[in-house]
Write a protein that binds this ligand. Structure first.
Ligand code: HEC
Length: 142
């Protein structure tokens, strides 16, 4: 019985992988939204429009997660790197919260300091993982 379930699960997973191999990940849409909200924040900083900055920061901090089947694929690919990958995500969330708080206080310098931390967190994850990630999920399937 256990074996049958294991076999069924792996068949199901395999079918999911095969069917979705070349489609953009939901994560890509999440990333596009993050990028958009960073632009909104930058524009808000230039205009000292702190409520816009605060809203954008909240959206960054509470970005949606990838659906479960995609998380399974990502975790499978990342293996032990998942710990660090998640840590970069954690840094992003903390910096976004910090930026929201600074914007609420209308403290421009603190907003910019948090913004820098935020961008560093994005960049660190991209530099560490994006090339291999894109190669694995898109280029190998063409
Ligand atoms: C935990 C790792 C991680 C963090 C943190 C992260 N990203 Fe990404 N990002 C990725 C990966 C992986 C991709 C490639 C996704 C893909 O192509 O499916 C990506 C891709 C992107 C893209 C390109 C999307 C496209 O159109 O192809 C943008 C824009 C982006 N990220 C913005 C951001 C911003 C802004 C932040 C910080 C607020 C951020 N990311 C934080 C991992 C991360």
């Amino acid at each position: 019985m256990k074996k049958t379930i294991a076999l069924l699960t792996s068949t199901l997973l395999f079918t999911t992988f095969a069917a979705k191999a070349a489609e953009p990940l939901a994560l890509q849409q999440v990333m596009k939204e993050l990028g958009k909200n960073m632009q909104i924040a930058t524009d808000g900083i230039s205009r000292e429009d702190w409520s816009t900055v605060e809203q954008a920061a909240h959206k960054i901090a509470s970005h949606p997660e990838a659906p479960l089947d995609e998380k399974v694929r990502i975790t499978g690919f990342m293996g032990s790197n998942m710990v660090k990958f998640k840590a970069f995500d954690g840094q992003t969330h903390r910096a976004a919260h910090e930026m929201a708080e600074a914007a609420e206080l209308k403290n421009g310098q603190k907003v910019i300091a948090a913004f820098q931390k935020l961008q560093s967190a994005c960049l660190s994850c991209h530099q560490a993982y994006r090339p291999a990630f894109v190669k694995h999920f898109y280029e190998n399937t063409k």
